[in-house]
Design a protein around this ligand. Structure first.
Ligand SMILES: O=C(O)COP(=O)(O)O
Ligand SMILES: [Mg+2]
Length: 230
């Protein structure tokens, strides 16, 4: 049911907003490679995949801070800022070499877009890398609007970027389903007042999904169309 209000007089769903890392794209390998290129320049030891997975979700500044903290400590502010900017130029130059869409993502986005739903991305990843990653993986064209971790003064778990995305999509929260992978997605989408918050079972969450105030955990991404209306 995407074009009429349901029997409880809830507005029909007109849009789906997606988180990016851990929801649409398994991106952690490229984040690890960029981190390790920076660490090599600093003469520090590398970080591994599980460590980087646990560092993702709060945007690039936090990721770099956690990488530095795990490999010898966070340097003084000026050097830490230089490390962030160096990481971003390494990562943004090629954010997709080792990154893949999760199973069912391309086909499901295509089906949802063809059904007339407006699709958007709300990620904590900076916009430069986000735009390039979506383009490289061939899914940029499905989205009417994309907002990144540097699009607004605050990022998820703040509702600000979710509400900003909905404004760009031209829909209200009550007409929107949010699909994410972690605790920040649930907090941001709930605070924005979206109709439903659904989670994927495979992402980078750092807390058990069962304890979060979501409206359902998908079996896989291809499960999504059947879960939009109930
Ligand atoms: O950049 C990050 O930390 C994670 O981004 P996400 O919001 O797409 O999961
Ligand atoms: Mg995520």
């Amino acid at each position: 049911m995407t074009d009429t209000a349901d029997s409880l007089n809830r507005p029909a769903i007109r849009a789906v907003a997606f988180d990016l890392d851990g929801t649409l794209v398994d991106s952690v390998a490229d984040l690890m490679h960029a981190s390790n290129a920076l660490l090599a320049e600093l003469g520090r030891p590398p970080v591994d995949l599980p460590a980087v997975r646990s560092f993702v979700g709060d945007g690039a500044p936090k990721l770099v801070e956690r990488v530095l903290a795990a490999t010898g400590g966070i340097p003084a502010a000026e050097e830490a800022a230089r490390c962030l900017s160096r990481f971003l130029s390494i990562y943004e130059a090629d954010p997709s070499a080792h990154s893949v869409l999760y199973p069912g993502v391309a086909g499901t986005l295509d089906a949802l877009a063809k059904s007339g739903l407006r699709l958007g991305v709300c990620t904590n990843k900076p916009m430069g890398a986000t735009a390039r990653l979506l383009d490289d993986l061939g899914i940029a064209g499905f989205f009417t609007a994309v907002v990144g971790g540097d699009s607004y003064p605050t990022r998820k778990p703040s509702p600000e970027p979710v509400l900003g995305l909905l404004g760009r999509l031209g829909v209200g929260p009550a007409e929107t389903v949010f699909v994410g992978d972690n605790e920040h997605d649930v907090a941001a989408a709930r605070a924005a007042g979206v109709a439903r918050v659904l989670l994927v079972p495979y992402g980078y969450a750092r807390v058990p999904l069962d304890g979060l105030p979501h409206d359902g955990i998908l079996d896989g991404f291809a499960d999504l169309p059947g879960r939009l209306s109930c």
